[in-house]
Design a binder for this molecule. Sequence first.
Ligand SMILES: [Zn+2]
Ligand SMILES: [Zn+2]
Length: 364
Amino acid sequence: MKTRAAIFHAVGEPFEVAELDVADPGPDDVVVRMAAVGICGTDLHQVKGEFQRPTPIVLGHEGSGVVEAVGDDVTLVAPGDEVVLSWAPSCGACADCRAGRPARCVALNRAIAAATLPDGTTGLSRDGETVYRATATGCLAEHVVVSERVALPTGGAIPLLEAALLGCAALTGVGAVLFAARVQPGATVVVVGAGGVGQFVVQGCRIAGAETVVVADPVAARREQAVQLGATHAVHPDELRETVKRVAPDGADVAFDAVGDPETTLVALRNAGSGSTTMIVGLPAAGRRLDLDPIELIRKEKWLAGTLYGSADPATALPVLIEHVREGRLELASMLGPVYSLEDVNDAIEASLAGAPGRVLVVP
Ligand SMILES: [Zn+2]
Ligand SMILES: [Zn+2]
């Protein structure tokens, strides 16, 4: 079969929208007609040259769609099912996979670095030449072929445009709060960065019953959005220290770095108090290093940890999130940013790079 897709060639070059050859689906595969694809910070890392992955490559790993066809052995979904893609088509057999943490799977992470699927193939080509797939997904396309294990049904409960956000930003951000940091009712929290993931961290804190949520972001529109989503304070990063001193003199119980740069990680850590946990949620550019005096951790018994994809199995975490959406606790509609067609993918990338509040979406 064939599909139209947005192809990234090199830093500084516009995406090309063209038709690709797609390998026939295997017995465990499903064909998904993509409905919406969110532009994530991980995609932007490649666009900015902060990740080196083989090209030409199809970016996009946060998406929703409708199952169009299924392989002979598929049992989990059927044609017509609305699905959210998980970007963790892991091996299913290693210790991490068996522990319910497919995103940690070594085979998956090798595949992500090589811009292939875990079996080393991509199933995509153009004039006989391999086209790569970002984050073991590559869904900035009209159709994708994925393993049935990563096409997670929504039960039709959520509009597809909104459902796309569940695939990466929501699982990552809400999961970081509920499944990784396990924020407690009444907690004081600092969130550094109010982009797509950061806003979901804020929502996760509200769902968890945090009492004080201080958000720092340089973009005013993002700060306003954070307040609407449950932040009690939203300030410019320059004002964070003063604000935390005032509202939480002992420092936060939990701090999240939703940006993932070493600089922002240190900001989060410094604003966390004794016995606190600081979680790195965002991904740093390749090669960045954290410069840290360990005494800062020891003297105040601080914990510093990373969380990947919400520290849960997307197949079990997604139904939890869908339940929060259905009960009105998790907002998706207000998280949507500007929407672009596949042909206008370059405008979508530009809007995302500019820091548009809300998730920038492409509707292939
Ligand atoms: Zn992502
Ligand atoms: Zn594995």
